[in-house]
Write a protein that binds this ligand. Structure first.
Ligand code: FO1
Length: 315
């Protein structure tokens, strides 16, 4: 297959597939557009969790157990912060701090998040394009049974315990896609779009909420293929299944297919969900069933390869 691939990506699960895609495709054939709805200001620092998870994962620096942050991290800053009575509900590791301090300083100097992400990625040896969905602030906010919560307060502070009634992407209406995302969407040689196995509601919907993204995807002639983050009715990590149930949706691969209906031409599901093939096919979406759990680098490469195979088959 020739041509360019655009991957839409959130944090941990998405980053694993992005790692596989980056191993299989040269830098000039892949753009990884990342959710920034989880971004927030904390202790005066600009935190971009999903961008950092993708950058650290591709640079092979991420903590494989936590999924976020750096391997071998130390937490002296957090201890000192706690001793002084500072906020300790959100953890910034000692080495991870460098990323946040530099990003914050450069944003204050007027650089775009796109440019900062490119230069910090390059400093870590990355040559693939990891780009924010937008250079304007979009903030995910949760309406819950305990009130309105900014995303990280819900996710980390409250450990996703509150019951979610609705999700908002503040600022989305005023935002525009980053230049690199807009360019990828309008490339003549776009061979496919891959929606990584990230939370559809929390990680992919913010990208689709940026004006122009969904409509551009609807016009894309190339196949759009998603990898289901729901396996056997559960999410491997994170609150996707709990959230779907709270929003009145039974968590399943079929529900993921329905969520993206109108965009998708193909869905990669786990073999455990193969019984859902007919229901998904009824939505006009082609199905490829495989082992969709990514435990090691081999799994990441295999699943990325199988996803590209489905893109190729649907072209
Ligand atoms: N997740 C946690 O569960 N607890 C944390 O204290 C935490 C800190 C943190 C710091 C930097 C960063 O880039 C990510 C961090 N995350 C933490 C992960 C983050 O909240 C989530 O992975 C995403 O926002 C959801 O995709």
């Amino acid at each position: 297959m020739t041509g360019h691939i655009l991957a839409l990506c959130g944090g941990v699960g998405g980053a694993k597939l992005a790692f596989g895609l980056a191993r299989l495709l040269p830098p000039d054939r892949l753009t990884i557009a990342v959710n920034t709805g989880d971004d927030f200001e904390h202790l005066g620092l600009h935190v971009s969790p999903d961008i950092d998870t993708v950058v650290y994962t591709l640079a092979r620096l991420s903590d494989r157990v936590r999924g976020w942050g750096l391997a071998g991290e130390t937490w002296a800053f957090m201890s000192a912060l706690g001793r002084l009575g500072g906020e300790t509900w959100f953890n910034l590791g000692d080495t991870d701090l460098a990323m946040h301090v530099l990003r914050t300083q450069r944003l204050r100097d007027g650089e775009t998040l796109s440019r900062i992400t490119a230069t910090l990625g390059a400093a870590l040896g990355l040559s693939h394009a990891i780009v924010p969905m937008s250079d304007q602030p979009v903030r995910t906010v949760m309406d819950t049974d305990v009130g309105r919560l900014p995303f990280q307060r819900y996710f980390v502070g409250e450990q996703c315990r509150p019951v979610v009634r609705a999700i908002h992407f503040e600022g989305a209406a005023q935002a525009s896609p980053s230049d690199a995302l807009a360019q990828a969407l309008s490339r003549q040689d776009l061979a496919g779009v891959i929606i990584c196995p990230s939370n559809p509601y929390l990680s992919v919907d913010p990208i689709l909420a940026v004006p122009g993204v969904r409509s551009a995807l609807e016009r894309v002639a190339a196949p759009i293929v998603a990898v289901s983050p729901i396996i056997g009715g559960a999410a491997l990590k994170g609150p996707a299944a709990k959230l779907m149930a709270e929003l009145g949706v039974t968590p399943s691969a079929t529900a993921v297919a329905r969520h993206y209906q109108g965009l998708l031409s193909g869905l990669v599901i786990d073999t455990i969900d193969v019984g859902e093939t007919a229901a998904i096919a009824d939505l006009g979406i082609a199905v490829s069933a495989t082992d969709a759990v990514m435990t090691d680098d081999g799994d990441r490469l295999r699943l990325a390869g199988e996803t590209l195979d489905l893109v190729r088959a649907l072209a």
